[in-house]
Design a protein around this ligand. Structure first.
Ligand code: 6PG
Length: 241
C-alpha cells in the first residue's frame, strides 16, 4: 500500500529534497492555477523541512500573495503554546516569508474543539468553494501507530464522511484535537508524506505490506485526486523494507 516511495540516505538529505519538492510544487500550482492551497503537516518532522524552504522559496521567487496555507490538524491549544502546529510552522517558515496574513488559515485551537472545527470547516469551505479538487498540495506525517494528521486508529474522526473537519478526543494523549477528515484530505490533488526516523520503521513496513487500505492504519486510507501520494523518507524509517 505504498506505491510511490523515495528513500534518502539521511534525514538531512530528506529535509533538503522535501523542501525543494514542496517549493517546486507550489510554483507549479501557481503557474497552472494562479494559486496554491497547501495543507501543512504538524508534528516535529516538518519543522526542519519548513525551515529549509525559506531560502529555496526566496530563490524561486514564490509569489506568496498567491499561496494560502492551512493546517491538516491542530492541537487544541492556543497559538503560542509549545504544542501548537501553527506555532511550529510560523516559527520555522511563515514568519520569514511575505505571505499575507489573510492567506494564513489557522485552526483556532484556543476555542472549544467543536467550535474550532465548525469555524474551520466554514473557512476551508469558503476558500475551496467551486474548485474541481480540494487542496493543491497536502503535506502529512505518520505516527508510529499509523496515524496521520489527527486521524488516530480507533477514533471517531476516521468514520466522518459528511464533514470536512472534526474535533476528536485522542485517548493516548488525553487531549482534544481538530483534524481535517478523510473526505477532504482525499480531495487533495497531490500528497507528500514526510516520514523520518527509526521509530517509524516498523509501521512503514506494515503499511507497505498491506494489500488494501485499513482503518487500523489510518495513513493507508489517504488518497489523492491526481493519484499522487508520494512518501519521502529517510533510510532510518525504511530500514526494514
Ligand atoms: C501532529 C501531526 C501528526 C504527525 C505525526 C508524526 O499534529 O502531531 O499532525 O500526525 O504528523 O504524529 O509526527 P512527527 O513528525 O513528530 O514524528
Amino acid at each position: 500500500m505504498i506505491e510511490n516511495l523515495t528513500m534518502f540516505a539521511t534525514k538531512a538529505e530528506l529535509v533538503e529534497a522535501a523542501a525543494a519538492r514542496i517549493v517546486s510544487k507550489i510554483m507549479q500550482s501557481v503557474s497552472e492555477n494562479g494559486t496554491c492551497l497547501v495543507a501543512l503537516a504538524g508534528g516535529s518532522t516538518p519543522r526542519e523541512i519548513y525551515a529549509a524552504m525559506v531560502q529555496k522559496a526566496e530563490e524561486a521567487r514564490v509569489p506568496w500573495e498567491q499561496v494560502h496555507v492551512f493546517w491538516g490538524d491542530e492541537r487544541c491549544v492556543p497559538p503560542e503554546h509549545a504544542d501548537s502546529n501553527y506555532r511550529m510552522a510560523h516559527e520555522s517558515l511563515l514568519r520569514y516569508v511575505p505571505i499575507p496574513e489573510q492567506n494564513v488559515h489557522r485552526i483556532m485551537g484556543e476555542l472549544n474543539p467543536d467550535e474550532a472545527a465548525e469555524r474551520y470547516a466554514q473557512e476551508v469551505g469558503a476558500v475551496l468553494a467551486g474548485r474541481s479538487h480540494g487542496f493543491d498540495l497536502v503535506l502529512l506525517g505518520m505516527g508510529d501507530d499509523g496515524h496521520t494528521a489527527s486521524l488516530f486508529p480507533g477514533t471517531t474522526a476516521l468514520d466522518v464522511v459528511d464533514a470536512d473537519v472534526a474535533a476528536v478526543f485522542v485517548e493516548k494523549f488525553d487531549a482534544w484535537r481538530v483534524t481535517l477528515t478523510l473526505p477532504l484530505f482525499n480531495r487533495g490533488k497531490e500528497v507528500l508524506l514526510l516520514v523520518a526516523g527509526e521509530s517509524k520503521a516498523e509501521m512503514v513496513e506494515r503499511v507497505k505490506a498491506l494489500h488494501a487500505p485499513c482503518k487500523d492504519y489510518p495513513v493507508s486510507l489517504i488518497r489523492s485526486v491526481a493519484g499522487k501520494v508520494e512518501w519521502l523518507t529517510d533510510n532510518a524509517a525504511t530500514r526494514l523494507l
